[in-house]
Design a protein around this ligand. Structure first.
Ligand code: ATP
Length: 350
């Protein structure tokens, strides 16, 4: 296993900067998810770590040693992509053994490693099948086994679950995480699925137009993103604009909102805060114990199974609140509601 660090990495295609001065460290044994909209540079970064592309500027280090000029086959990297191709006329075992045979390992060692890999991906009895005799999820496991059986220093996964339906995808997320933990391999995972990144990784980095805008542990980056882009890209967020009074955010209608972590701002400065809709709740009666309270009218209710999102018209604009579905039929359009939330859930974003 190895740590990987990229420093001030840039790569252009013609005039287009696919990666622009990106620095990020992937810890030894860590599971890092690279997240970002289409075209933000995720695959380009992965391809440069793998050695398919070369940077215009910057460094790529593995365990502190520069590898940006080391050819792909010498970097000891395992890879799995969305459109992974298994050899259709070879058995599952032979597919997994392929990389070991290329490396001319002794036959008995290959047999042992393939057996171990099959057990790890829970396909112990499937070794003699051909790929077309497997389900989508099983084929995915074979591709994964083939990537890690060569004992790589780093595992690169580019949208590996992208082709699976929702249920299978969730099942494979759990499996992939288990396998990654079991072998403790440094893993870099590219996805454009926010939930997938937050569930699986122990660190998440967000790319936008070739730049790394923010990174952190999943809970931190979700609960307290620093940028408006990360706040809205990682989930839904109510954005409250206003000015800093020294004690709180003053909205256009004069209402003061209690905020956490703005003490060093200059009074009078414009600012905006974000609040996740699930951090807001509906209250009735006494609101004295709540940091922040807004009243409004329900204008739309979006039902989504376990919860509903209420769109509420307030004097400060439209606010979205997520409420559990408890069969409360009073919350229909036009219903007057009071929304409350804590200063703790109200964070400034730039
Ligand atoms: P997606 O989620 O759609 O896969 P991505 O974040 O992985 O997107 P990249 O594939 O890294 O994005 O592409 C980043 C930018 O670089 C895009 O604008 C893309 O068109 C451009 N690009 C990538 N590879 C090449 C290439 N070989 N030649 C020209 N432009 C390229």
């Amino acid at each position: 296993m190895a740590s990987v660090e990229v420093k001030n990495l840039s790569r252009s295609f013609g005039n287009h900067k696919a990666l622009d001065d990106v620095s990020v460290r992937f810890d030894d044994g860590g599971f890092y998810a690279l997240l970002g909209p289409s075209g933000s540079g995720k695959t380009t970064l992965l391809r440069m770590i793998a050695g398919f592309e070369f940077p215009n500027a910057g460094r790529i280090e593995m365990d502190g040693e520069s590898v940006e000029r080391v050819p792909l086959e010498k970097r000891q990297i395992g890879m799995m992509f969305q459109n992974y191709a298994l050899f259709p006329n070879m058995t599952v075992s032979d597919n997994i053994a392929f990389g070991l045979e290329v490396r001319r390992l002794p036959k008995s060692e290959i047999r042992d490693k393939v057996r171990e890999a099959l057990d790890l991906v829970k396909l112990g009895t499937y070794g003699e099948r051909k790929p077309h005799q497997l389900s989508g999820g099983q084929r995915q496991r074979v591709a994964l086994a083939r990537a890690f059986v060569i004992n790589p220093r780093v595992l690169l996964l580019d949208e590996p679950l992208g082709a699976l339906d929702k249920a299978l995808r969730v099942e494979m997320q759990v499996e992939l995480k288990r396998i990654q933990r079991e072998i403790g391999i440094t893993t870099i995972f590219v996805t454009h699925d926010q939930e997938e990144a937050l569930t699986m990784a122990d660190r998440v980095g967000i790319l936008r137009e070739g730049r790394l805008v923010e990174e952190g542990e999943p809970e931190t980056i979700y609960n307290r993103p620093r940028s408006l882009f990360a706040a809205t890209f990682l989930g839904d967020a109510n954005i409250l604009p206003g000015t800093w009074s020294g004690e709180g955010l003053v909205m256009a209608d004069g209402k003061v909102i209690r905020v956490s972590g703005s003490e060093d701002r200059t009074p009078g400065a414009t600012m905006q805060c974000a609040v996740r809709p699930e951090r807001m709740r509906l209250v009735e009666g006494d609101t004295a114990s709540s940091d922040n309270v807004l009243t409004g009218t329900v204008i739309r209710r979006m039902f989504s199974g376990v919860s509903s999102t209420l769109h509420v018209e307030t004097a400060g604009g439209e606010i979205r609140v997520v409420v559990p579905n408890a069969g409360d039929s009073r919350l229909r359009d036009g219903a007057p509601v009071t929304i409350a939330w804590s200063a703790d859930s109200t964070f400034p974003v730039a």
